[in-house]
Design a protein. Structure first.
Lengths: 209, 209
DNA sequence: CACCTTAATGCGATTTTGTAGCTTCTAGGC
DNA sequence: GCCTAGAAGCTACAAAATCGCATTAAGGTG
């Protein structure tokens, strides 16, 4: 089977895409996101507006693409010697980047022009990957580790919720608090989570009491 | 100082607003949200397009207004005799409504055309109000109660995060699990939350490797 | 209650944006 | 080196958004 013919990621298409993305980044900086128009981007990128309309549909989907690209983490989280330290530092940086005005704008854009949720899913996947890296390291060190899902629910979700629904009320101290509670929970709730249909699974450690 | 002359909420303005909102609701049902246009809404509402452009700016902001109106809870959460039961039932209904296709659409619309976050803040306030009603009842019963903030972080935020970033992965059982863990946390972490500046945070990220 | 003031709407002209049909170009396969 | 088909260019057209000015009617004032 030929793995490529479905789409053409190389050659001219790739150049156009890169050119358009670059034009968006430049113009957002120059005239601001609100003043942006498709014809404007097309001119700067050296393509015709039709091309952009055909490939992206509208300005929102284009901005969504660009936003997701900028939300991709550039490096793995730092290794500070313990899970707790890694998570603290990562969460703090996460808040710094995501809660900043440009960060909020990118998140909104990513969600905005995304009919099928692909881009939003990608954002979530980025965070999960970063967390997995830290958890894998902790496992290698022999530390007990919570599940990725728990950290997403307890750390990532509250941060994103505040960014999207409650401007303000968000700082590094809050991020550390979330990490503290999540790690603490992992130590005490280990067997308490299932809940579900009253399944009395006493397999792992019973939190007793 | 005259407290009203800033804006004119009564009379014709009010009629126009209601008429336009009604037109949006009708047309969304008839032709679908994607086919909606400002001129179309204007015609149905019996106003000129200019009026809509002037008052709402664009279709997104109008849809955002309508969406927030529909996301407003219509009744107080049911009183089932205990905080746990109230929260369970409420969270389940919350997931049902918010995770349904129309619910997701309203949430997206509400966030979408909302430059200053006013509408998003309103959505968050609705949830907080509902929770406060249940907590007040529990206090009256003499039950120990968690803080509103804890429930928002532990129950509302994870649900909304999944709706927005991870289509699928969301059902009533998950909602109950969140409530269980939140209530459980409230019983065990009572004094464990502060945390704050206790951590000996070494200077930020170590470049490592 | 008649009279102002002015926010808000209506209306039409103009500009800008979005779409459609067709032609031209070129990446990828033979 | 040729073919094929996906992607971009180009033009004309349709639809939308914007702007200036006239008109209406809230809400306050005497």
């Amino acid at each position: 089977m030929s793995p490529k013919p479905m789409v053409r990621p190389g050659g001219r298409s790739a150049r156009v895409q890169e050119s358009v993305h670059a034009a968006v980044r430049e113009l957002v900086g120059e005239v601001g996101r609100d003043a942006l128009t498709v014809p404007m981007v097309a001119t700067r990128a050296g393509v015709t507006p039709s091309t952009i309309y055909r490939r992206w549909g509208d300005l929102q989907e284009l901005l969504s693409d660009v936003a997701v690209e900028r939300l991709r983490p550039e490096t793995d989280p730092a290794d500070l010697g313990s899970l707790r330290a890694d998570l603290d530092a990562w969460a703090e940086q996460f808040v710094d980047e995501m809660a900043s005005p440009p960060g909020r704008a990118y998140i909104r854009d990513a969600l905005l022009g995304d009919p099928d949720g692909t881009n939003a899913g990608q954002c979530s996947a980025y965070a999960a990957e970063q967390i997995d890296v830290m958890l894998a390291r902790a496992v290698r060190r022999g530390e007990p580790v919570p599940e990725t899902e728990l950290l997403i629910d307890r750390v990532v979700a509250p941060i994103m919720y505040r960014i999207l629904f409650r401007p303000g009320r968000l700082d590094a101290a809050y991020a550390r608090e979330l990490v503290t509670n999540a790690v603490y929970a992992q130590q005490t709730e280990a067997g308490a989570r299932p809940t579900q249909a009253a399944a009395p699974r006493r397999s792992k450690k019973q939190p007793d009491n």
